[in-house]
Design a protein around this ligand. Sequence first.
Ligand code: ACO
Length: 330
Amino acid sequence: MSILDTIRAKARENVKSIVLPEGEESRTLQAAAILAREGLAKPILLGDPEKIRAAAEAAGLTLSGVTVIHPAESPDFDRYRDALYELRKNKGVTLADAARLVSDPMYFGIMMVKFQDADGLVSGAVHSTGDMLRPALQIIKTKPGIKVVSSSMIIELKDRSIGSDGLLIYADCVVNPCPTAEELAHIAISSAETARVLCGIEPPRVAMLSFSTKGSAKHDLVSKVQEATKIAHQLAPELLLDGDLQFDAALVPDIGASKAPGSPVAGQANVLIFPDLQAGNIGYKITQRLAGAEAIAVLQGLAAPCNDLSRGCSVEDIVNTACVTVVQAG
Ligand code: ACO
């Protein structure tokens, strides 16, 4: 069973409501119909109901089990506007700004999640990563005890001898360009939770990656990874986590044993924390292209789950990302 099949099965066991702000967009519409029909989620489409119904009819889609909400005409509009104003007035947002923002389906959807009127949100078929992330960061904010929102990339390799039966978590590959040592520690803790909740990886073994193994090189960049390792140990003493480790020392048993003897992680890591976004983003794309691996992006650390799509996404990608969000909400 692939990881996506496992995630779909988990979603079906505990169905949650997922708001799709890009409700008038054709791939989103098709995905909503599939999610409802297959009992994977309770989809909520945001947009003009007439346009949505006409598009569904033209595409021969049935929208039974799909809720459609027009943000500007919703009975919740005033409540969300006032709440958004209260939340952001210290940042210069006026009541008129709040009204304008809440009529934008992206903000309306985020407010639905904030107020638990939806369990999670999936967007990005039309919007950029930044346009989707910014309102989530401003309004939903981080989980208690977690300092930064970040991302995990679930990597599924053809070679099942690597990681946890072919599964690896890479982080952060999407959000934080240049995390501090403290932020890196929080990214590591969130990624271990993603490994458990979404992939059933038990126990997560977290490698804090560097170009140095256990101080073999001296540089400020290495010191940051060592400091992050120390902070993560203090925050989560029970977590199997080690650093600084080179990629091969983290993954290859012989090399791990010779370069970091006695480490509970070296040679058997399944969660790989990259020191910055350049390394993480390049690393996952190398794995995807050269090893032919599946790569599934997941946002983590938000107080309620929201996930981003690539603008080139397929209908299947939207369905899969919605299922990931359902499992996170559970
Ligand atoms: N975690 C929690 N909160 C955050 C984070 C974070 N990682 N980053 C920003 N915030 C908060 C800020 O504190 C601020 O809150 P406030 O307004 O209440 O004070 C709010 O979010 C906005 O912060 P800004 O710094 O103004 O946010 P900005 O819009 O500049 O950037 C963003 C945030 C969009 C996440 C930015 O870091 C970014 O662009 N990251 C890279 C995204 C990207 O291009 N990824 C690679 C491509 S995707 C791919 O390859 C799959």
